[in-house]
Ligand binder design. Structure first.
Ligand code: NAD
Length: 477
């Protein structure tokens, strides 16, 4: 582990001061790398939620009346505001979430936030003619829903907030954001920057725990909830939204399989496998969480992956050289710790890591590779959401596909092969919302993304993502 050094451009303090509450209850947010205080977050109440929903409701008609072109212009300006504050946003994100500034981490996330906002603003959405026989002419238009609730997780707090709010705003809705209680400062800062540009009441934020989330997802004035988080919470939101028949987009947990076919070059794929599994120190919904490798190349893949993994520096995120950081919270550290201990107890082989310091002030769990592990081991069967990858040996393609499909969730998956057509045949048999070939987890603002099975429903990104933030209205005649 590397020792912390002071950052060069510590320009995040002004933004942190801007979002620090001057009235009301607050609570300290601690840096998961050091245990030091990062800042103070407000503790909002259900009355605060009511005020936010009222403000969003009042602002919505005028926002919708602006039309697509004007709203898109404002969203483009909001993306420029994010870019202008990018370093400050990244510094807050690193301190609060733990992810390093560099690598595919904090600066990358802020860049993604402005990129996705621009894409949602720029994507054309025309009315579609669905039928025309000369007599009947039917078109589908997408009208604003009204007020949208955006409930997010702690792993990619700024980027996922933008994934939720950008299409919502673009489509003429106003929004109430409810960030994770673990990462409120990152989202408060992002919302403050965007609100330099947007009219008052269009984008609101309420910082609270699960009771605020539950109240938002049952609120009669909220027409849709965009939710990203665990499958268990997704199910709670389905229940609490039922009485008001809310529209839902649910991006839930995953346990993505990667299948390595025998025709790969192990050294050539090792870095792709590593980042597929360890991006954001494994705290990513669509990370590679179970790696299945054919017996013919098993030892070579394990060796090549281990060489890459051992060379990746983990440490305090403000140290510019690090690309892996701590777990965001101790509860997640404990989950990873429990699963790796279960794997060790079963006789699986620790190739790398697996010996955390449980007395440290931070939540660092070392990069861990576990080989020769059974498919029914808890580290394989459950979502670890951290830097510990189980590597399972297989010989039979039908059997490995059955193992890949043998879980309740199906967010992503990947197939690794020198033969693209062969990989596509295998991909077609995997139950997952996205199957990548020779990579894992890459997302793009124009390529729809969503889960199969209990990983949720609804698509985000691109034209499909815009449509899901509108009410389809058929004009027939
Ligand atoms: P979580 O479900 O614990 O919390 C997510 C959000 O839901 C938080 O803001 C929380 O306050 C709120 N919440 C909790 N209980 C609620 C309730 N009853 N009603 C309404 N809101 C409630 O998830 P997390 O631990 O923050 O995130 C990690 C999980 O999210 C992992 O399972 C991961 O795979 C998943 N995830 C999925 C995606 C995706 O796109 N599919 C992306 C990121 C994370």
């Amino acid at each position: 582990m590397n020792s912390p050094i002071d950052v060069l451009a510590d320009d995040h303090t002004a933004l942190l001061t801007d979002i620090t509450p001057t009235v009301g209850r607050t609570r300290p947010i601690l840096d998961p790398a050091t245990g030091e205080e990062v800042g103070l977050a407000p503790v909002h109440t259900l009355e605060d939620l009511e005020r936010a929903v009222d403000a969003a409701t009042a602002a919505q008609p005028a926002w919708a009346a602006l039309g697509h072109e004007h709203r898109s212009e404002l969203l483009m300006r909001a993306a420029d505001a994010i870019d202008a504050n990018a370093e400050a946003l990244a510094q807050i994100l690193t301190r609060e979430q733990g992810k390093p500034l560099n690598g595919p981490n904090a600066r990358f996330e802020v860049g993604g936030a402005s990129g996705w906002l621009r894409a949602a603003a720029a994507t054309p959405l025309e009315a579609e003619v669905v039928f025309d026989d000369g007599d009947t002419h039917a078109e589908i238009h997408y009208r604003p829903i009204g007020v949208v609730g955006a409930i997010g997780p702690w792993n990619w707090p700024q980027m996922i907030t933008v994934w939720q709010i950008a299409p919502a705003l673009r489509m003429g809705n106003t929004v109430v954001v409810k960030p994770s209680e673990y990462t409120p400062l990152s989202v408060l800062a992002l919302v403050a920057v965007i609100n330099e540009v947007l009219p008052e009441g269009v984008l609101n934020i309420v910082v609270g725990g699960r009771e605020v989330g539950a109240a938002l997802s049952s609120h009669p004035a909220v027409g849709k909830v965009m939710f990203t988080g665990s499958t268990a919470t997704g199910k709670a939101i389905i229940r609490s939204s039922a009485d008001t028949v809310k529209r839902l987009t649910l991006e839930l947990g995953g346990n993505d399989a990667g299948i390595v076919l025998p025709d790969v070059d192990p050294k050539a794929i090792a870095e792709g496998l590593f980042w597929g599994a360890f991006i954001n120190t494994g705290q990513t919904c669509a990370a590679l969480k179970r790696l299945y490798v054919h017996d013919d190349v098993y030892d070579d893949v394990v060796d090549a992956l281990s060489a890459v993994a051992a060379a990746m520096p983990m440490g305090v995120g403000t140290d510019e050289q690090n690309v892996l950081g701590p777990l965001q919270n101790r509860a997640q550290f404990d989950i990873v710790d429990r699963l790796v201990e279960a794997a060790k107890a079963s006789g699986a082989r620790v190739v790398l890591g697996g010996e955390p310091d449980r007395d440290q002030p931070g939540n660092f769990y070392p990069t861990t590779l576990i080989a020769d592990i059974d498919n029914d081991n808890p580290l394989v069967a459950e979502e670890q959401f951290g830097p510990a990858l189980p590597i399972i040996r297989y010989t039979d393609i039908d059997q490995v596909i059955a193992m890949a499909n043998g879980v309740d969730v199906g967010l992503g998956a990947s197939v690794w092969s020198g033969d693209r057509e062969r990989a596509r045949e295998v991909a077609a048999r995997i139950q997952a919302g996205t199957v990548w070939i020779n990579s894992h987890g890459g997302v793009h603002p124009m390529i729809p993304f969503g889960g199969a099975k209990q990983s949720g429903y609804g698509l985000e990104f691109g034209v499909e993502g815009l449509k899901s933030l509108g009410v389809p209205q058929v004009i027939n005649g």
